[in-house]
Design a protein around this ligand. Sequence first.
Ligand code: OFO
Length: 168
Amino acid sequence: MISKKIEKALNRQIKLEGESSHYYLAMASWCEVNGFNGISKFLYKHSDEERMHMLKLFMYVNERGGHAITPELKSPQSNFKGVPEIFQHILEHEVMVSKEINELVEQCLSEKDYTTHNFLQWYVTEQMEEERLARNILDKLNLIGNDKSGMYMFDRDLESMKTEDGAE
Ligand code: OFO
């Protein structure tokens, strides 16, 4: 059974994962309407994965005797200056989510909730991967700069790039 404090913290994280999913969806849509179809597909997949992250927490809360609350999600930014700006936003967003996960992990330790602490390890690893992926993509975009053919290939490559281990 989780404590009320942990239940509240997990519900907060549920909201954050839901917002992440929304955020990726908004960026996928911008890419789609601006002709970056490969990047758009990558971001749609990522949006789905964020929803899975939310669901995983959702089910955990209920399994452990809490009550998962469907979060209210604010509408994210829908216009961007370009693809590099999108990935810069992604990196900053994921760094912020990692910080929140770390705080949650710390809270579990201080509450002696080792089961939830254990459950959250998957998120710790996942965040590390997501930050790494965003940094790698930004490095590539820096190399491409204003080269249009480079951007064309980048868009094509991203369509088949994995968003996380095991996901196509
Ligand atoms: Fe849920 O992994 Fe990103 O935010």
